[in-house]
Design a protein around this ligand. Structure first.
Ligand SMILES: [Cu+2]
Length: 119
């Protein structure tokens, strides 16, 4: 009788530790997912944005790099973001924290248009 209740206690403690470890493991994965923000690059080259249409998840930081030998800008059509004039190899970054469609263009060459879709 005595022996049986002791082994039951051991089993209960063991189970509690097991569940605790499982919970800690899930926390670890959740924290890891949050600490690793997505970074996506768009290249500006030959008077175009590439890719012209990019789909990313909420929280993604998008970096535009001017690979052209003439200056360009990255300007949101809806005024959400606006870069300075980017010379060759200069970069501009914006973090998309809300879902939506974000059309943008180059204010120096307004025919250069593209969009980022945030889901
Ligand atoms: Cu341009």
């Amino acid at each position: 009788m005595m022996r049986r209740s002791v082994s039951k206690a051991v089993l209960t403690v063991g189970l509690a530790f097991g569940i605790g470890a499982l919970g800690a493991r899930q926390d670890y994965f959740a924290a890891n997912a949050q600490q690793k923000p997505e970074i996506t690059e768009i290249k500006i080259d030959n008077f175009s944005f590439g890719p012209a249409m990019l789909t990313v998840s909420v929280g993604t930081t998008v970096t535009w790099t001017n690979r052209d030998d003439i200056p360009h800008t990255v300007v949101s059509t809806d005024g959400v973001f606006k870069s300075k004039v980017l010379d060759t190899d200069e970069k501009f970054s914006f973090t998309f924290s809300k879902a939506g469609t974000y059309p943008y263009f180059c204010s120096i060459h307004p025919k250069m248009t593209a969009k980022v879709i945030v889901q």
